[in-house]
Design a protein around this ligand. Structure first.
Ligand code: TXA
Ligand code: MG
Length: 332
């Protein structure tokens, strides 16, 4: 199939491309679209055939469930069967925005969306083009990140094309997205609520609204300190080039690889002063870092090196998502 790219203004998207993309979704097609976190690959969440298309295009394992995107809080009732007080408080505070809530699903939601399970993940995205598309489509839209399964998530339309050109119907191109890391996924079917995936919204912000949130069985603040061994993390968000993470600045690791004759790229916070190394200096603030990370990994992957060394940001709440993605990118 030919993939059509339609440009839209990121702040005030034009009605014409939005209407065309919405028509593709209603007809059961696949449309990649910008959200404030990363580009998503959308299909009508209530159409099992359309949702099957997402899994085929991405090469995604069937057991991995999808996030459903809706235009506003009132629209969650097309997919969720209950709406606890905690959900109402979180939605009131953080939607539209990068928080995904896992709740009991309605029977109408196909098994393909939920991995066959009894719950569904839902969020209202904050990007104007995403909201315009959801309103025009008038259906809930299931959308994973618009990359081939396991690869680096897309923060630009060019990244989407790298993996999915010819495999999807359409891309709405609104330029680089502002956030850069995926939404935070929170399970509200357990008590206390459980963090399933760290993301742009930090657990501390969530805890200010609903109190304690756990990760596994531990409070989130401790869970980050007690690291599972890297081998236990499933590989994901990964460039094709092997990547190693280093606590601290990573310089010793880079120098050792250079001595063994490898070509090395270095994702670093420090001054770029090592010869014969492809350097990508990263912003020191979490929001700037998040916005830049996936594009940097795409660039490093294209640089033709043997190894990428990434200096891990410090183990603190506001860096939880960036550390999680880098460690998964490094997992064997
Ligand atoms: O920022 C984002 O969340 C982006 C944009 C496009 O919205 N989407 C995204 O989707 O990152 P994806 O499919 O790449 O990641 C979805 C995550 C996975 O970790 C999946 O296991 C989890 O959400 N998830 C989805 N439904 C779930 C459910 N019912 N129970 C538990 N986890 C669920
Ligand atoms: Mg993804």
């Amino acid at each position: 199939m030919k993939t059509e790219t339609l440009a839209v203004a990121p702040d005030r998207p034009d009605a014409e491309p939005i209407a065309r993309a919405a028509a593709v979704l209603r007809a059961g097609g696949l449309v990649a679209f910008p959200t404030e976190t990363v580009y998503g690959l959308g299909a009508n969440a209530l159409d099992a055939g359309a949702v099957a298309g997402i899994f085929a295009a991405k090469g995604r394992p069937a057991h991995n469930p999808l996030i459903v995107h809706v235009a506003d809080t009132a629209s969650v009732f097309s997919v969720v069967a209950s709406w606890p007080e905690t959900a109402a408080r979180l939605a009131g505070r953080f939607w539209p925005g990068p928080l995904t809530l896992v709740l009991p699903k309605r029977p109408a939601v196909p098994d393909a969306v939920t991995g066959g399970g009894p719950t569904v993940a839902v969020r209202v995205p904050a990007h104007p083009a995403a909201l315009a598309l959801l309103r025009a489509a008038g259906v809930p839209v299931a959308a994973p990140s618009a990359n081939r399964s396991g690869g680096i998530s897309p923060t630009r339309a060019e990244h989407v094309l790298l993996g999915l050109d010819g495999r999807i119907d359409m891309i709405l191109d609104a330029g680089p997205v502002p956030g850069g890391l995926e939404s935070t996924v929170l399970d509200l079917t357990t008590s206390p609520p459980r963090l399933l995936r760290p993301g742009l919204l930090s657990p501390r912000e969530i805890e200010k609204v609903i109190g304690l949130v756990t990760r596994g069985s531990r409070p989130v603040a401790e869970a980050e300190v007690v690291l599972p061994s890297p081998g236990m993390l499933s590989r994901h968000y990964a460039p094709r080039t092997p990547l190693e993470c280093a606590e601290g600045d990573g310089r010793a690791c880079v120098e050792e690889l250079l001595r063994s004759g490898l070509r090395v790229a270095w994702l670093t916070f420090g001054p770029a002063d090592l010869r014969d190394v492809v350097m990508v200096p990263m912003p020191r603030d979490p929001a700037g870092y998040a916005a830049r990370l996936y594009a940097a990994l795409h660039e490093l992957d294209a640089a033709g090196v043997d190894r990428i060394v990434a200096a891990l940001p410090p183990p603190a709440d506001e860096w939880l998502a960036a550390r999680d993605r880098l460690r998964r990118a490094a997992a064997p």
